[in-house]
Ligand binder design. Structure first.
Ligand SMILES: *Cc1c(COP(=O)(O)O)cnc(C)c1O
Length: 227
């Protein structure tokens, strides 16, 4: 894993160099879904502190086994409203906020606890029906609605690009997210800064298009088996 991480870091640096960016502005989220506590412990030993998961079931199994490490847990998968209450107990950030009913449930629970969490709004930039997220045109009205839920600190946007080898098509998804972020800022939502985009297959393009957070699973942990 050490070598895989070094290789990822090198590729991040090279993509940043091409884009004239400082590598310190790209945050690596280790996507640990399907990998167990031992793998996460190994990654933490290499200095990684933020881990992304897509199912609450897995979060609930792993987090208690790793409580001796000061890790930060990030939810990157679709969250059912009936699991939202539980989510705020375990995760530090939700990147898959995509509807008001979820915001309302998260907020109610957080307000009860007197806490807040960071959230990213997931936007659908790809035509694939399997992808979750707001339609781009829904973003500004949604950001307006989110002002009613002040325990949710809106830090930016998240997307999954189209699953394709076509570089132009993938980059178009990323550049659309960046443009939406710029529009949100111009509309006064100045807290909307981060762009979570790019995974193993496309993170270099994402960095060149402005990603501040890349979500890397298999390039770090190896290939996943869903057995
Ligand atoms: C699984 C997953 C990733 C990481 O995928 P890899 O291709 O293994 O890097 C990134 N983002 C989301 C939302 C995911 O579900």
């Amino acid at each position: 894993m050490k070598q895989r991480l070094e290789h990822i870091r090198t590729r991040i640096q090279q993509a940043c160099a091409r884009a004239g960016r400082d590598p310190a502005t790209v945050n690596l989220l280790a996507v640990s879904k399907t990998f167990g506590p031992d793998a996460i412990r190994e990654a933490a030993g290499l200095g990684l502190v933020q881990f992304g998961e897509n199912r609450m079931q897995e979060v609930r199994e792993k987090v208690p086994q790793l409580e001796d490490l000061a890790l930060r847990w990030v939810l990157i998968g679709h969250l059912q409203t009936n699991k939202a209450k539980d989510a705020v107990r375990w995760v530090n950030e939700v990147q898959s906020l995509d509807r008001e009913s979820l915001a309302e449930t998260l907020h109610r629970r957080l307000a009860d606890d007197g806490r807040s969490i960071d959230v990213l709004v997931q936007v659908k930039t790809s035509p694939e029906p399997s992808k979750f997220g707001l339609e781009p045109g829904e973003l500004l009205p949604f950001l307006n609605v989110l002002q009613n839920y002040p325990t949710l600190k809106v830090k930016g946007l998240m997307t999954l690009a189209i699953n394709s080898d076509d570089e132009a098509a993938v980059r178009a998804c990323f550049s659309q997210l960046r443009q939406l972020r710029d529009q949100a800022q111009a509309a006064g939502y100045t807290g909307v800064q981060r762009l979570s985009m790019g995974m193993t297959s496309d993170f270099e393009w994402a960095i060149e298009e402005g990603a501040t957070d890349i979500r890397i699973g298999s390039a770090l942990f190896g290939s996943r088996s869903y057995a």
